[in-house]
Design a protein around this ligand. Structure first.
Ligand code: SAH
Ligand code: SF4
Length: 360
């Protein structure tokens, strides 16, 4: 057993171990992926679970410096799906046996928005007879709002910390109360308090981000004891302020490779959590999401937003499938999964085992 193989086969990992894993060269990389695959196969199996993604609206009160739909981007044509559109998406997911949906949106905290989401959640629960599992990704809200949405039927919530490094967080967000690192941490605690399965994650390849930062991100996820993780490469958007840092970014291929290593290392570190194969991977490599699944991810979020709106939900440049509709996505996921020997867990929620285990 060589030094690298000894590390991946340990039971506990310190920061240096994680850095070594993230720095793996070509040969060690295969060992890393192999170990992660073994763990996935034995604890999760070769099943991938779906969350039909509904991009509810690109209206956002925030100005995250990296995001294409930030409030100050005047070139974005703003939209909000009608109730009817959302219900149609949910029915689509139900009829195609997706098991779960995920509702994502630009952030809004006004009463109208909160009540609208609550009503939609109740309707979706009713029309599916409680069959559809619901993940939310609607940003930072108060504990009351999280509770209201949990009680209305959603049971998982994704809110990325984006980076666990306070200084880096400040570099990629405006310096004001709406974009406050401590508030983000508090929101994560409140999501858990409200009863949700807690999901968070980071962007990989951010300007000025180091391998050490990423190792700290992994330790952060472990310490927070999250149930689900969604992390993906940072992809620049030309109409955002962060584009100014373009000259210090690592190449897209490197960001892709680093994302795969982050996923594999996380699977080894937190064996039974749910890990999303992020859509942003596909923007760099057409097989990016499939590869992520090979390396340890077990959740896919196929876009079921009506095709005509997708073009406006551009968080980053070259977002995939923006000119397709749900049916195109549906025929392609089965084929894509069988290509890599994975199976889709149709009609199942595929909840995080980490969460269900903790409740026994
Ligand atoms: N408004 C909500 C949900 C929508 S944004 C929120 O912010 O939580 C969802 C995720 O998109 C963000 O968490 C961020 O990690 C990701 N994202 C935004 N801009 C991105 C970019 N340029 N490259 C990669 N991911 C990006
Ligand atoms: Fe809004 Fe989310 Fe984009 Fe930030 S990342 S600007 S909160 S949509």
């Amino acid at each position: 057993m060589n030094a690298f193989s000894k590390i991946v086969n340990q039971d506990t990992f310190n920061k240096q171990d994680l850095i070594t894993m993230l720095n793996a060269d070509e040969e060690d990389r295969s060992m890393l992926f192999k170990k992660s695959r073994e763990i996935t196969d034995s604890l999760i199996g070769n099943k991938v679970h779906l969350r039909g993604l509904i991009e509810y609206s690109n209206v956002c009160i925030k100005d995250c410096l990296y995001c294409g739909i930030r409030k100050s981007n005047k070139n974005t044509q703003r939209y909000k799906l009608s109730d009817e559109d959302v219900i149609q998406c949910a029915l689509y997911a139900l009829e195609h046996n997706y098991g779960s949906i995920a509702i994502q949106s630009g952030e809004r905290t006004d009463k109208l928005f909160i009540t609208k989401i609550t009503r939609l959640l109740k309707e979706i629960k009713k029309l599916s007879n409680g069959k559809l599992g619901i993940t939310l990704s609607l940003g930072e809200q108060t504990l009351e709002t999280y509770k209201e949405w949990f009680n209305a039927g959603a049971h998982r919530y994704l809110l990325r910390i984006e980076t666990s490094n306070r200084e880096l967080y400040a570099k990629i967000h405006p310096n004001n109360d709406l974009h406050n690192f401590d508030k983000r941490l508090e929101a994560l605690q409140n999501i858990r308090k409200a009863g949700f399965q807690l999901g968070t994650g980071v962007m990989i390849g951010l300007p000025h981000q180091t391998i050490e930062n990423l190792a700290d991100d992994l330790l952060f996820l472990k310490a927070l004891d999250v149930d689900m993780v969604g992390m993906g490469p940072y992809i620049e958007h030309f109409e955002t302020p962060l584009i100014e840092t373009q000259n210090v970014l690592i190449a897209l291929q490197e960001r892709l490779d680093l994302t795969f290593k982050m996923i594999a290392t996380l699977r080894i570190l937190m064996k039974d959590i749910n890990i999303v194969a992020a859509t942003a991977l596909q923007a760099i490599d057409k097989m990016g999401r499939e590869k992520a699944i090979r390396y340890g991810a077990n959740i896919l979020m196929p876009n079921i937003t009506p095709g005509n709106f997708r073009n406006n939900y551009k968080l980053y440049q070259d977002k995939p499938c923006t000119d397709e509709n749900a049916t195109d996505c549906n025929t392609c996921i089965d084929a894509r999964m069988s290509m890599i020997g994975s199976q889709i867990g149709y009609n199942e929620w595929g909840d995080s085992r980490h969460f269900t285990k903790s409740k026994v």
